[in-house]
Design a protein around this ligand. Structure first.
Ligand SMILES: [Fe+2]
Ligand SMILES: [Fe+2]
Length: 210
């Protein structure tokens, strides 16, 4: 096989596995009210934030792709809970809070999904140690999970959901900043704000709107 053929085969394989990740996520999304565009916005907010904190381009793109799997564990959450219109009971919350670990199980042992496992396990941990499932604190939470948590919450705040109107990016960032020592890594929040100021976040939102 020539070098050109090898390169072609590699590119084809790469786009095939990237597409399988997206297909898997969309299959899981079908169970949830979230949309495909939410996943793409989270992907690109994650990638931009990762690059802005100095992670190299290839790794940042991989982190972005893996971020799409943050809620893959919801495949294991019963529809009666996932799609319940009203408030969840305490028992239902217990089951809901199992999705980060359920995701880790679904993602198996392949090293390719290492970052996705970190993200699934850590995206509901809080910087001050009050999150779940492991009550990890500050740097104990993997950087990838701290980045995706910010991207995920920011997107939830700035888009329309069945129960709320979208907030402006300014309001969302202000709210996140007020919470930044609790839920979020304050250093990441500061960098994320710069990405708002230089127009990156708006560009991503416009590109991947519903
Ligand atoms: Fe989640
Ligand atoms: Fe999400």
């Amino acid at each position: 096989m020539s070098k050109r053929q090898l390169d072609e085969a590699r590119t084809q394989l790469e786009s095939a596995y990237q597409e399988s990740v997206v297909m898997l996520c969309l299959a899981a999304e079908g169970k949830d009210q979230d949309t495909a565009s939410h996943l793409h916005r989270v992907q690109h907010y994650t990638q931009a934030l990762a690059m802005a904190v100095g992670i190299d381009e290839k790794e940042a793109a991989h982190m972005g792709l893996m971020s799409m799997l943050h809620d893959i564990g919801k495949l294991a959450t019963p529809d009666a809970i996932l799609k319940k219109p009203g408030k969840l009971t305490d028992e239902e919350w217990v089951i809901m809070r199992e999705h980060p670990i359920a995701g880790v199980k679904i993602l198996g042992n392949n090293p390719f999904y290492e970052v996705a496992r970190e993200i699934s396990a850590g995206h509901h941990e809080n910087f001050d140690g009050t999150g779940y499932p492991n009550k990890l604190k500050s740097e104990e939470i993997p950087l990838s999970a701290r980045i995706v948590k910010l991207a995920d919450v920011f997107d939830a705040l700035t888009t329309k959901r069945p129960y709320k109107e979208p907030w402006s990016m300014e309001d969302a960032l202000e709210n996140i900043e007020l919470n930044s020592t609790g839920m979020f890594d304050p250093k990441l929040v500061a960098v994320f704000k710069e990405l708002f100021e230089d127009g990156t976040l708006v560009r991503i939102q416009t590109t991947y709107s519903n």
